[in-house]
Design a binder for this molecule. Sequence first.
Ligand code: KG4
Ligand code: ZN
Length: 339
Amino acid sequence: MPSLVLGIESSCDEMAAAVLQDGKTVLASRVQSQLAVHQPYGGVVPELASRDHVRSVSQVVRAALDEAQVSERALDAVAVTVGPGLLGSLLVGLSFAKALAYRLGIPVIGVNHLAGHLAAAELAAPELVRPYLGLVVSGGHTALYRVGDGAAPKLLGETSDDAVGEAFDKVAKLLGLAFPGGPALAQLAESGREDAFALPRPRLFEPGYAFSYSGLKTAVARLVREHEPLDAATRRDLAASFQAAATDVLVAKARRAIADEGVARLAVVGGVAANQRLRERIAAASRADGFAAYFPPPELCTDNAAMVAAAGARALAAGERHDLDLTAFSRLALAAARA
Ligand code: KG4
Ligand code: ZN
């Protein structure tokens, strides 16, 4: 295991850098949010994200090294997210990581962002042993993996359209909440009635582990139009009914995968893993079905570089090596590569 790994993560609208010791101790983890840059537009604007990353990357890396009290000469490797994500954003972190590794004469290792999210669960809970199932739920991803002994997690299923966090954000916008509205929607839902509106549970009864969220969002949009102008009680009920539908599907598919795969451990990672209803329902399922559920703390759930350093350290320890011709891939390129 390389003793000091610098992690860099810039796949979307956060620039993050972290220093990890021995694959398990986070010496520093810095995350610079671009919320203020994108909020006026109600969503992430890719070109603005890349430009802000170019501005901030060296400062964020420097701050992480300073906080860790590690000189760059002491680093053993640089781990960096190579995709999936916004290409322009990824290229900033990747180019910086390669230049730094080149200058220091140390290896650079490319990390899949999803493998990074899963590594966060292992970093937070050393008792989480493989194999386990990983549910990655964020603004960009909704996917279920089997994490075994092999280097790459095995994809069991993913969303065919919107990600669950994206659906939370879009429905929040329909209800007049500011971007990113997921947490605000969850708060509004607390005082609403889950059964006030009958919303679809997309793909619930389909075999396999595919998810879909655009139809659910459209169903809410239709209800919003029908009930306009929305009174406070209707807003709360819509929020609660949507949240219930969105999270029920995740719980049901995770339970099914646990049974089918015969694996009694589930890690839930990504920004939506902070959702209280999802946590409660997974916890209840874990008691009923007899599996262990793991939720990393919020700072490891949302995008960060400690998870990238952890995944990179593990890959290096397993003998994986990447050259300086390492490149980035967006979601589309990933889909093409799979086909
Ligand atoms: O992992 P993350 O920080 O970034 C991505 O990789 O996307 O996830 C952010 C997403 C946003 O869509 C946000 O609305 C959602 O996670 N989110 C929540 C909650 N907290 C964050 N969604 C539902 N309930 C929450 N409590
Ligand atoms: Zn992410």
